[in-house]
Design a protein around this ligand. Structure first.
Ligand code: SF4
Length: 335
């Protein structure tokens, strides 16, 4: 088993001028709430807040229990049909709500040759795996040549395996998507890109242009959104985001309830309010526009769909039923 660090680590800070330019005010003297978190939705995702130093007993440095599903470091095999690789801990912009926040600093280097050989052998030995999630950190913080080398290794271990590239770079640093990268990705179909977009201000003309390059090259792009307090926790904001994504050529995929990651309580929306927001979204959005609302069970049981999995609220905990019938709990938190 790959052990996660027992103590929380400090999430690095990084942001590009492009991203900071999406904000409605200057990051150097932005307005902050009473706990020190920026009010602007772009800056709140980027600038460290004193609230991050507060860890609650119900929080964890490994909220998805990935370490319990790691046959060796940086490889997670939680679902039978797919594996996840944390190929780098680098990101063009470090999201303050990141659930892998405690791992990024210690996994900064790109996955080495020996580890890549290990993954290749693992794929050969596990024919049930149909898909590899290349994640991190942000894989697009590595060079195109490095990524290509990794993809070649994966395809040697398993010809034709589906590659899912999980990256925020089209959102946080759109210029990373250039002709060379798109040409390289085109050579590795079947390949899907999953981005993370959290606020309509992220859908800039440059973002839309880069998505058009990817989609035009036959690379489907889907998006995940994290429900974040003070950033996108209203039906109006999410309606604008999801309909804007569809117009940009991106399919909304998941809306995630916040994970119980240490130091992120100030971003979490109580599940009761999240359910009400989603109910409203279902009234307003078309089938193309609405993502699935989901929560990762804190005990490593995987992704559970909301509101379908909810069976009740007992003593401040939501009881959630997994597809195998097991019951898991998620706390109802106060605002
Ligand atoms: S880009 Fe992804 S891995 Fe990097 S900080 Fe943001 S959420 Fe975490």
């Amino acid at each position: 088993m790959n052990g996660h660090p027992k103590q929380d680590a400090t999430l690095p800070f990084a942001a590009m001028p492009y991203w900071l330019g999406l904000a409605s005010e200057d990051w150097r003297d932005c307005r902050r709430d009473s706990r020190g978190t920026p009010l602007d939705p772009i800056l709140a995702q980027t600038l460290p807040s004193p609230a991050e130093l507060e860890s609650l007993p119900l929080e964890s440095v490994d909220p998805l229990s990935e370490s319990e599903h790691s046959p060796f470091p940086r490889l997670v095999h939680q679902y039978p049909s797919r594996i996840l690789l944390r190929c780098t801990g680098e990101c063009p912009m470090y999201c303050r709500h990141c659930f892998r926040r405690s791992l990024l600093a210690e996994e900064r280097d790109f996955l080495g040759e020996t580890a890549q050989e290990g993954v290749k052998a693992y794929l050969s030995a596990h024919p049930e795996v149909r898909e590899v999630l290349v994640s991190g950190g942000d894989p697009l913080s590595a060079s195109t040549a490095k990524l290509e080398g990794l993809f070649k290794k994966l395809r040697t271990g398993r010809p034709g395996i589906l590659i899912r590239l999980c990256t925020r770079a089209p959102v946080t640093l759109p210029d990373r998507v250039d002709g060379e990268l798109v040409a390289m990705l085109s050579r590795f179909k079947p390949l899907r890109i999953v981005i993370q977009a959290n606020h309509p201000a992220e859908l800039s003309p440059l973002f839309i242009e880069k998505i058009a390059m990817l989609v035009g090259a036959g690379i489907p792009v889907r998006s995940q959104t994290v429900l974040l307090r003070g950033i996108n926790d209203s039906a109006d904001t999410l309606e604008e985001l999801f309909s804007g994504l569809v117009r940009s050529g991106v399919d909304p995929y998941y809306l995630f309830q916040g994970d119980l990651a240490s130091g992120t309580a100030h971003f979490r929306v109580p599940l009761s309010r999240g359910l009400r927001i989603y109910e409203e979204l279902r009234r307003r959005l078309s089938g193309l526009e609405i993502p699935r609302y989901a929560v990762d069970a804190p005990d490593g049981a995987g992704k559970l769909y909301l509101p379908e999995c909810v069976t009740g609220l007992v003593d401040g905990y939501w009881l959630l039923r997994a597809p195998d019938g097991s019951i898991h709990s998620y706390p109802e938190e106060t605002e």
